[in-house]
Design a protein around this ligand. Structure first.
Ligand SMILES: C[S@@+](CC[C@H](N)C(=O)[O-])C[C@H]1O[C@@H](n2cnc3c(N)ncnc32)[C@H](O)[C@@H]1O
Length: 281
């Protein structure tokens, strides 16, 4: 199924008038955000580390020509961009095209190789299981999946070294743990939290004054990372009783969650949060 963008209207509204501005779409996916931004008159620089997005990239490039540039790299490469920009937008997690294709190994609903890589390089989930210790695997399951008996499952994973999604699924005793186990491995395989932390670290120096950073999150850990980093940027620096206190560099925008209507029409919107900040100096 084609990816239906989550919180698109909220993101576009939060960005305001983008006509003539340059926006970084850190997570191109099917290009839903990029297209909306281009239609609103922005120039867009888009990132995605998944090479399978090429067809949508081509369509948008054919239509919008040099108003659109695509970089097939992890979004932490924002660090290497030379300028300052009007906005940077992250729509985190995976796309419907990724989850729906059993060959990508993200989903427990179809059988396929236990891959889970967004990019074409790096270790697959099967490699990660093979190369990690029981303790490291248990830590991944606990931290990113909140799995209670993580060590028992990690041991079973090491004993059998599953190569397919169904082989992994068979090892998970509690059916309620299946989705969280798959999610935990996906987060680890793609170093999702590391990527997010690295990219956000360079956002302040890549935004113009008045520039905005918007993040749409789907997982409580990524949402906590964004919330804490944004809180840091929007807190005065120093002792508030002293005259030397520095005003915060960013102003916090209102957090938005999907409306009932969006939730009814797009189950992927469940648990989404949109957070934003504006650079003040
Ligand atoms: C939720 S989808 C984005 C959907 C997009 N906003 C749209 O409207 O079609 C997330 C996309 O971000 C990509 N992605 C996730 N983490 C990434 C990272 N660290 N670097 C580059 N791309 C990433 C995934 O490959 C996926 O295609």
């Amino acid at each position: 199924m084609k990816h239906v963008p989550v919180l698109l209207e909220a993101v576009i509204q939060a960005l305001g008038d983008v006509n003539g501005k340059t926006v970084i779409d850190a997570t191109f996916g099917a290009g839903g955000y990029s297209r909306a931004l281009l239609n609103a008159g922005a120039t867009v620089i888009a990132f995605d580390r998944d090479p399978n997005v090429v067809d949508d990239v081509k369509k948008i490039r054919d239509e919008f020509k040099d108003k659109f540039r695509f970089i097939q790299q992890p979004f932490s490469f924002i660090h290497d961009l030379p300028d300052v920009y009007d906005a940077i937008v992250f729509d985190l997690g995976i796309s419907s095209m990724q989850i729906d294709n059993p060959e990508r190994g993200f989903s427990f609903r179809g059988d396929g190789p236990l891959d889970m890589r967004m990019a074409a390089s790096g270790k697959s989930a099967a490699d990660l299981i093979k190369d990690s210790s029981i303790d490291d695997l248990a830590q991944i399951l606990r931290e990113y999946g909140d799995i209670k008996k993580a060590s028992i499952l990690a041991r079973a994973m090491k004993d059998t070294e599953p190569k397919t999604t169904f082989e992994l699924k068979k090892l998970i005793r509690n059916p309620r743990d299946i989705a969280p186990v798959f999610q935990a491995l996906r987060i680890a395989v793609n170093d999702e939290m590391g990527e997010l932390t690295k990219a956000l670290a360079v956002v302040p120096e890549k935004l113009k004054i008045g520039g905005k950073c918007i993040c749409v999150t789907f997982h409580s850990i990524e949402d906590r990372i964004v919330k804490n980093i944004f809180r840091n940027w929007t807190t005065p620096v120093g002792d508030p009783r002293l005259p030397s206190v520095l005003a915060p560099r960013f102003v916090l925008m209102k957090t938005v969650t999907p409306s009932e209507t969006e939730l009814e029409n797009n189950s992927r919107a469940r648990s989404a949060h949109m957070r934003g900040v504006i650079k003040s100096y």
